[in-house]
Each structure stands twice: as structure tokens, then as C-alpha cells.
Design a binder for this molecule. Structure first.
Ligand SMILES: Nc1ncnc2c1ncn2[C@@H]1O[C@H](COP(=O)(O)OP(=O)(O)OP(=O)(O)O)[C@@H](O)[C@H]1O
Length: 364
């Protein structure tokens, strides 16, 4: 396994790129540490496949370098990078048995049959497919075919990185959660460096220790699932992660305080920098509550989502979601909303601009 470094990486599909918008990947500097479980998360078109293809060697970046354990591999073709890849659709040989499919990557590299047997049996046991080893792959369900495809990616111990590209696309929704947790468990057992590419936040947050969130060719935040939820560095992360996502409200700054709908809104702490630009308040629905006083709003929708209720409100032309316990008020009711102060953040031009009030925290 290897540490992977992306240094000053940029890529444009255009022959003579000029402005930043001509680049599918804007400048990316990133370290993927040896043995880490990473997810690359972002909406369609943000540049995930471009980045994956650059790491695997299918694409040579317009600028910058890729290093494996400090060694420059930017110009190396895919077969010399020692990478395993699992794709959206199963890549297996239908006419071979499951055993031979799993053994293929090892036999291909000339491993002796004892080593092949040890590895295949270990991977089959981890994936719970031991009883299928003698079956022809052609007869397997799509889920099991994809499991074997994952097994082929994991069977070699000497790869630099295992990359998964939206691997659960073909999996039945009710089996997805099973394979998601299986992959997490597999990472803990095989301890390989793994990069999991997805546009699905649940998949990313279940699998990864560190999630790299991309938008429009840029990495906007790298963090643990908890960090991304607690302190989104950008409104995009706040909105993209969470269900429903963070409430983002336009606001004005007056003498250093944020005002929404002509009301002062207490922020978590001091504002860093000049705060020149578009100012917005960010607060997660989990920290908005219905109260006797506070921001006046009207309930527009109430959704019972199982463990809690999402109350959607309108205030001053903005939608504000609150997540509450128990039944919600009737649609059309006037309500007051209270924002938990230590969770109320300010964003300037999309980027987080407040820091926690350490004095208030210390007093708690
Ligand atoms: N071969 C290509 N030629 C020109 N433009 C491309 C090419 N491949 C991708 N792009 C553009 O580069 C940008 C990033 O695309 P990319 O496929 O990397 O995103 P993605 O996040 O993987 O999206 P998806 O999940 O839909 O595959 C997009 O604007 C896309 O249109």
C-alpha cells in the first residue's frame, strides 16, 4: 500500500485553457495516507471521474504531479501503477467459476497455487461467498457478481490503492446497506488504502474515515463525517450533507451582527476577516426549534420521517427546516423559530467565516 500525493494538479479537456472555468479540475493538493479509507463525494460533473482516471493513469493531467510514496508516477501507464479498480458494473468472467475469478488477478501475476488458495479462501470468507466458489459466475445474481468483482479488487495484497467507482449502482436498494457495511468491515480487515467514489452521502459517510467533498472541480472540504456535519467549511457542504441539508439564509451585517428579516441573529462567535461579500447564515435543521418567541415563520409542510418530524417553514421569503421530536404543527400555523446559538454560523461568499466563542464555551 502507498501514500498517494496529488501536487498542484489541474486538468482541462480543452487544448488551450485560459480561465478557471476551462478546467474540469482546478488546483488540487491532497495527501491520501497509507491504509486510509477515503470517499470522494460530489454531484455529477464535479470532477470525480477525472480525478480517479488521473490517479489510475488513464488520463495524464494538464498540470501537476501524482506521487506514490514520494515517487512520481504522473507519466506511468495504468498497468505500471499497481492499482486495483472496482467499477459500477461487475467485471468478471462468466464462464469461469467464482474461485477462478477471484484467483485470476493473482495467477495473472504468477503467484503459486498455495498463495492463491490462501488469499482466495480468505477473501471469500470475508465476502461470505465461500459456498459459491465452485459455481460458474454466469449463474450469479447481479449483487453476487458485484461482490465477486469487489473480491477481485481486494484479493491482491501488493496493490498501492483499491479504487471503487460508484460500486453499489447495480445493487438492489434493500441490499445496499449490507454491502456498504461489508465494505467498511473489509477495509478494517485488509487495511488497504481505499478510495470510494460516489455522489451518495450515505455511502460516503458509512465507508470513509475521511471524506473529500468536491464541487465544480474543486475540493471544498476534507474531514471526518462528524466534522462535515458539525462545521461545514462551505455552504455547499452544509447543503449537500445532511437530510435535509443545512438552512442557508441571506443576511445583512450591521455593526458586526447578523440580521435576517430585520431581526438580529446571534452567531456562534466572532467573524474572521473583513466579511466583504455575500453574507449568509447557516444552521442545521437539527438545531432549529419551535419556540414561544424568536423568528416569526409560517409552516408550509410537515413530514414524518420515522425517528423525527421535519417541519418546513417560510420566513421572509426563505425556506427554513426544523427537525423536531413528535408530531409537528398544522400546515399554515404561525410559529416562532429559535436557532441554537453555538450552531449558528456565518458564511461569506460561501465560506465559513465565524469561529466558536471560546469564552462562552469555557463558561459552560
Ligand atoms: N472526455 C471529456 N471531454 C470533455 N469534457 C469532459 C470529458 N470528461 C469529462 N468532462 C467534463 O469535465 C467535468 C467533470 O466531469 P467528471 O466526469 O470528471 O465528473 P464526475 O463528478 O465524475 O461526474 P459523473 O458522476 O457524472 O461521472 C464535467 O464538466 C464534464 O462535462
Amino acid at each position: 500500500m502507498a501514500k498517494i500525493t496529488l501536487s498542484k494538479l489541474r486538468h482541462s479537456y480543452m487544448p488551450a485553457p485560459k480561465s478557471p472555468s476551462d478546467y474540469a479540475l482546478k488546483e488540487i493538493d491532497l495527501d491520501w495516507s497509507d491504509g486510509g479509507a477515503y470517499a470522494l463525494l460530489g454531484p455529477s460533473g464535479c470532477g470525480k471521474s477525472t480525478l480517479l482516471n488521473i490517479i489510475s493513469g488513464l488520463l495524464v493531467p494538464s498540470e501537476g504531479q501524482i506521487l506514490f510514496d514520494g515517487q512520481d508516477v504522473t507519466a506511468l501507464p495504468p498497468d505500471q501503477r499497481n492499482i486495483a479498480q472496482v467499477f459500477q458494473f461487475p467485471v468478471i468472467y462468466d464462464t469461469m467459476t467464482v474461485y477462478d475469478n477471484l484467483a485470476f488477478p493473482l495467477r495473472n501475476r504468477g503467484r503459486d497455487e498455495d498463495t492463491v488458495r490462501d488469499r482466495v479462501m480468505a477473501i471469500a470468507e470475508m465476502l461470505e461467498v465461500t459456498e459459491m466458489l465452485d459455481q460458474k459466475a454466469a449463474g450469479l445474481s447481479p449483487d453476487n457478481k458485484q461482490k465477486i468483482s469487489m473480491g477481485r479488487g481486494l484479493v491482491r495484497e501488493d496493490v498501492n490503492v483499491v479504487m471503487f467507482d460508484e460500486p453499489l449502482t447495480v445493487i438492489d436498494p434493500h441490499l445496499k446497506w449490507k454491502l456498504r457495511s461489508k465494505l467498511k468491515e473489509l477495509h478494517q480487515r485488509v487495511k488497504a488504502t481505499m478510495i470510494y467514489v460516489t455522489h451518495d452521502q450515505t455511502e460516503a459517510l458509512t465507508f470513509a474515515d475521511q471524506v473529500v467533498v468536491m464541487q465544480d472541480g474543486e475540493v471544498v472540504q476534507i474531514g471526518t463525517p462528524v466534522e462535515l456535519f458539525d462545521r461545514p467549511a462551505h455552504t455547499f457542504v452544509g447543503h449537500f450533507i445532511g437530510s435535509p441539508g443545512m438552512n442557508i439564509l441571506p443576511c445583512e451585517l450591521q455593526a458586526g451582527s447578523a440580521h435576517f428579516a430585520d431581526q438580529p441573529i446571534a452567531l456562534e462567535g466572532p467573524i474572521q476577516g473583513e466579511a466583504n461579500g455575500k453574507t449568509e447564515i447557516g444552521i442545521r435543521p437539527e438545531f432549529v426549534s419551535l419556540a414561544d418567541t424568536g423568528l416569526a415563520a409560517t409552516v408550509t409542510k410537515v413530514s414524518d420521517v420515522g425517528r423525527h418530524t421535519v417541519v418546513e417553514c417560510q420566513a421572509n421569503g426563505s425556506r427554513i427546516n426544523a427537525v423536531i421530536e413528535g408530531a409537528g404543527p398544522a400546515v399554515g400555523s404561525p410559529v416562532h423559530l429559535d436557532f441554537r446559538r453555538d450552531q449558528t454560523r456565518l458564511y461569506v461568499d460561501g465560506w465559513l467565516a465565524t469561529t466558536p466563542d471560546t469564552a462562552a464555551e469555557a463558561a459552560q
